[in-house]
Design a protein around this ligand. Structure first.
Ligand code: SF4
Length: 249
């Protein structure tokens, strides 16, 4: 009886493997037959940023190739027609766009659930209220550590205090706020990341820990001289004790 049960499980595993193999083999054909609809769209509004993060080159790229207001609206229209329901606006720092409230409102009026990624530096009480009134539903604010350590990593004095103001003001206006935190050796040392989680817990905000991924999104085509590809060390492949203060897990 035990043997029969074993055989059955083996057969089952075999069929699953075969099924997955065939799905992989015929995936392009399946895609051409089944009409999948996209659910979400993410739009990079700008390369500009008020921060000068050690792990990022976005702020060095300038404002070339920024989409115009009308181009962003056209993209939102087209994505809506394709079936997108969620839209995330990011940058650089999207709050540097003069038309940010107009774009949030436009997306909201098209029926999108509108979200944003921001460093929070430019979101004071007034901006938080205007974002909420424009229809922003959720926002991810980047905070890597408590106080000056965060300012140091982000290359901007006052960044931590402003980000805390931003999350408090946004919450007052019923915008859903989550805190995104990059895991790197600097945030691991002296239990900095744990201190941040504790700090945010006391304020009642969840913290999502992210591993930095090597993408053009952050690194651009030029590497920061103090943060080259060779200094990037990824979680799971590195010896933590050998990391430089800013190498990234
Ligand atoms: S990581 Fe984000 S906040 Fe920092 S410089 Fe790049 S775009 Fe700006």
């Amino acid at each position: 009886m035990e043997r029969v049960r074993e055989m059955t499980k083996m057969d089952y595993d075999k069929y699953i493997r075969l099924l997955l193999l065939n799905i992989a083999r015929y995936y392009p054909k399946i895609l051409s037959i089944v009409k999948f609809k996209p659910n979400s769209i993410e739009i990079a509004l700008t390369n500009r940023c008020c921060c000068k993060c050690i792990m990022c080159n976005y702020w060095k790229l300038g404002s070339n190739d920024e989409l115009t207001t009308q181009e962003v609206k056209d993209i939102l229209n087209q994505a809506k027609e394709l079936g997108c329901k969620n839209c995330t606006l990011y940058g650089g720092e999207p709050m540097l766009r003069k038309d940010i409230f107009e774009l949030v409102r436009y997306a909201n009026e098209l029926g999108y659930h509108v979200g944003m990624d921001s460093n929070g530096y430019l979101i004071d009480a007034n901006a938080a209220k205007k974002l909420a009134e424009s229809g922003l539903e959720s926002i991810a604010i980047s905070i890597d550590a408590v106080g000056e350590i965060h300012d140091e990593l982000r290359g901007l004095k006052g960044c931590f205090d402003n980000a805390i103001t931003a999350i408090q003001e946004l919450r007052k206006n019923n915008v859903t706020v989550v805190v995104h935190s990059l895991l790197m050796s600097k945030t691991l040392e002296n239990e900095n990341i744990l201190k941040l989680i504790k700090f945010m817990e006391n304020l009642g905000f969840p913290v999502f820990i992210q591993l930095l991924t090597l993408t053009p999104h952050h690194l651009g085509n030029k590497f920061n001289s103090s943060f080259s590809s060779s200094s990037l060390t990824f979680f799971g492949t590195s010896d933590i004790s050998s990391l430089s203060p800013y190498s990234t897990l």
